[in-house]
Design a protein around this ligand. Structure first.
Ligand code: HEC
Length: 180
């Protein structure tokens, strides 16, 4: 305690007032410090409020038939061509455009990215297939069957920007992928 009383600023105080004064001073300092140290940081901005899920734009509540939404261009393709040359050309286009990366073309082939195309011309209308290859994005927006597949595979089929002629050729090839 003696050390304290010898501090320069306090030395001139008489001993009785000094004891009380010192503790008041200490109390004050503590209060001030506490006050200073009180967190003054600006209120943290509220954690990015999660944007309310964008309302799914409901696909037009119009019944979509097995040919797919009429407003999507089907390139005028209404049947599966069976011209051998076209089939050959279609097979080459199918490989060149990366379709085979996502689609199996044989029964025992395992490709998990997209649905197997074996038998696709038996389960879908030509117009529907044409629309799916010509405009997969629009099909996924509007066609319930395409949307069901998207929900299953969780992959968006890319638009390969193929011409109607190329799609016709590819469809000729798809016509050869029959269920055994
Ligand atoms: C990146 C992977 C991917 C590529 C590349 C791709 N597709 Fe697809 N395809 C899909 C998926 C996944 C679906 C199911 C719908 C969806 O989720 O988009 C699909 C659906 C289809 C369907 C409908 C199948 C059914 O059972 O009804 C056809 C036909 C089709 N694709 C043909 C093609 C052709 C032809 C090409 C090449 C020009 C191609 N796809 C390229 C992933 C792909």
């Amino acid at each position: 305690m003696n050390g304290i009383y010898k501090l320069p600023g306090i030395r001139q105080m008489n001993s009785s007032s000094c004891g009380v004064g010192w503790w008041w001073l200490m109390a004050l300092v503590v209060l001030v410090l506490a006050g200073c140290e009180a967190p003054t940081e600006d209120e943290a901005p509220p954690a990015d409020e999660e944007a309310p899920p964008a309302e799914e734009v409901p696909a037009a509540e119009v019944e979509v038939g097995p040919e797919g939404p009429a407003q999507i261009d089907d390139g005028g393709i209404t049947e599966i061509p069976d011209d051998p040359e076209l089939i050959e050309e279609g097979e080459a286009l199918f490989r060149a455009n990366g379709c085979s990366a996502c689609h199996a073309v044989e029964v025992d082939q395992i490709v998990v990215t997209g649905p197997s195309l074996v038998g696709v011309t038996e389960r879908r209308q030509p117009e529907w297939i044409a629309r799916m290859i010509l405009a997969p994005g629009e099909m996924l927006d509007l066609d319930p069957t395409a949307q069901e597949m998207l929900a299953e595979y969780m992959v968006i089929m890319p638009d390969q920007n193929l011409s109607v002629e190329e799609v016709r050729a590819i469809m000729a090839y798809l016509g050869t992928l029959l269920e055994p």
